[in-house]
Design a protein around this ligand. Structure first.
Ligand SMILES: Cc1cc2nc3c(=O)[nH]c(=O)nc-3n(C[C@H](O)[C@H](O)[C@H](O)COP(=O)(O)OP(=O)(O)OC[C@H]3O[C@@H](n4cnc5c(N)ncnc54)[C@H](O)[C@@H]3O)c2cc1C
Length: 470
């Protein structure tokens, strides 16, 4: 194995040192370096140094230095989608990590119903800042996820059928490209970058701020209702009923179903811990009476272990999926489905239902369609609008199941292949091989993204992690 390059970072450290002597560059052992530890603890993130960027200029200086010295630059906010740094990555070139956590301003403009977010902002902060005006950002299942990381992958959330892809609401990005230039990116300024940033993840540079449209939405009717999975017959009855019901829903109503095996932890409701359960999630923007009425067939399926569906303020949107907030060593495998016929539900039950031997924490199917299926006003690099459902298996990498958890999830994905579109959502592709990464895009989109990367990052500074390159 070749010796890794070791670049002298003294000049960069000087450039990133403030007049009071404090520096925002941290090498291993320095105070501040530990922010590299991602939310997903199964990923090893070991850059040569981390830059705790406070301004777009900090990012520009870092990228410019890296490009001049042939280093690579990765970006991280929360680490929910961390890709990790392999031995190979670190051998090829020194890697600097730009951590965006300090660029955390949230500005709400109630008059235009827009928000400007620094790249370090997480969704919960936007929800809380917008709520006093009755406004809401269209977010994903977990409010702890970073807004920019989510939006650069498109963003499919619990209200996706009603409001469409979250990145359809982006008005502008501020971006640092491979030569260290800061650019404003809108449908009319750098339109090729505006196309590629909505779906292309970190391929085209480091986003330092984003401007988005908010929607007028103070609350919704929804949450989750949990049944004991019982035996295969009971689980089948519930899942088949959910499938048929999910097909009947109008665009205002959104749903997903999840087979859970939750551990007995303080954050897990005791009714759900230590057993297999089926959670039916629901989120509707109709009136509470109409939305409750539409949910009646699910409530009629039996006595739930827990019924947490009702009228909620938008600040509680995270309750629909109730994803774990704290860092954990997570595994994830996902695929897009064109349709979900009854045979697919039977296959899912065999592999993930009672008696299957599944060790996954959750195996989830989301109903898509609705507003997601319509072309955006300005074309983008998200290639999965035609999918009817998404399928996703996630687990916790515990020593006793470490060997089987990923192959088992992959077997589930393979079993769903007959009904899949062949696509993988970019936001659920932090753990895929380069070949699988191609499945995040159609051929034309992949090529255009890779061409743009060649044009805006000819030195390959961003050639690490979740990026598209020839
Ligand atoms: C519990 C959980 C729930 C989730 N729910 C959903 C969901 O409902 N819908 C959905 O669509 N996704 C969902 N995701 C996936 C999530 O959107 C992605 O993992 C996203 O990349 C996380 O962004 P982050 O900034 O928090 O993570 P990070 O790990 O910090 O960043 C991940 C990647 O995002 C890109 N990125 C981050 N910041 C920047 C930047 N400033 N400039 C350019 N690129 C950047 C880079 O490619 C980076 O490698 C979920 C993930 C988890 C763990």
């Amino acid at each position: 194995m070749s010796t890794p390059t070791v670049t002298d970072l003294t000049r960069l450290r000087e450039q990133l040192t403030r007049p009071d002597g404090t520096t925002i560059l941290a090498a291993p052992g320095d105070p501040g370096y530990d922010v590299v530890t991602p939310w997903n603890l199964s990923k090893v993130v070991t850059p040569r140094a981390v830059v705790l960027a406070e301004t777009p200029e900090d990012v520009a200086v870092t990228v410019g230095f890296a490009t001049d010295h042939r280093l690579r630059v990765a970006v991280q906010c929360t680490g929910h989608g961390a890709t990790g740094m392999t031995e190979q990555d670190v051998q090829k070139a020194d890697v600097l990590l730009v951590h965006t956590g300090r660029m955390n301003s949230v500005e709400i403009d109630p008059a235009t119903r827009t928000a400007r977010l620094g790249a370090g902002v997480i969704w919960q902060e936007v929800i809380d800042a917008a709520a006093p005006y009755g406004l809401a950002p269209i977010i994903g299942s977990a409010p702890g996820v970073g807004a920019v990381g989510f939006l650069t992958g498109g963003g499919v959330g619990p209200l996706v059928r009603t409001f469409g892809l979250s990145s359809d609401r982006v008005r502008a990005f501020e971006l640092v490209t491979g030569n260290g230039e800061i650019r404003r990116v809108t449908p009319t300024e750098n339109p090729d970058l505006f196309w590629g940033l909505r779906g292309g993840k970190g391929t085209l540079g480091i986003v330092t701020a984003v401007e988005i449209d908010l929607v007028q939405l103070a609350g919704f009717y929804g949450g989750a209702l949990y049944f004991d999975a019982g035996d295969a017959e009971q689980a089948g009855r519930i899942l088949h009923a959910w499938r048929a019901w999910s097909l009947s829903l109008p665009e205002q109503a959104n749903t997903s179903v999840c087979i859970f095996q939750l551990p007995p932890l303080p954050i897990v409701p005791p009714e759900l811990a230590g057993r297999m359960t089926i959670g039916i999630r629901y989120a509707s923007t109709a009136s509470a009476a109409e939305a409750a009425d539409l949910f009646t067939p699910i409530r009629a399926l039996g006595t739930p272990l827990l019924d947490a569906v009702g009228a909620l303020p938008y600040t509680s949107i995270g309750a629909v999926h109730a994803d774990p907030p704290d860092p954990l060593p997570a595994t994830e495998e996902g695929i897009m489905l064109a349709e979900l016929p009854a045979e697919a539900v039977d296959r899912l039950l065999e592999l993930a239902g009672p008696g299957s031997g599944s060790v996954q924490l959750m195996v989830e199917v989301r109903r898509l369609g609705g507003a997601l299926g319509r072309a955006p006003e300005v074309a983008d690099a998200f290639a999965h609008r035609e999918a009817g459902y998404s399928f996703f298996a996630a687990g916790v990498l515990m020593p006793e199941i470490a060997e089987i958890i990923k192959p088992q999830a992959q077997a589930m994905i393979a079993a769903m292949e007959p009904w899949s579109t062949g696509g993988i959502m970019p936001n659920f592709a932090s753990d895929v091989t380069p070949d699988e990464r191609r499945k995040c895009y159609d051929e034309g989109t992949f090529k255009r993204l890779a061409d743009l990367a060649d044009a805006y990052d000819p030195a390959g500074t961003f050639r690490i992690g979740q990026v598209v390159r020839h």
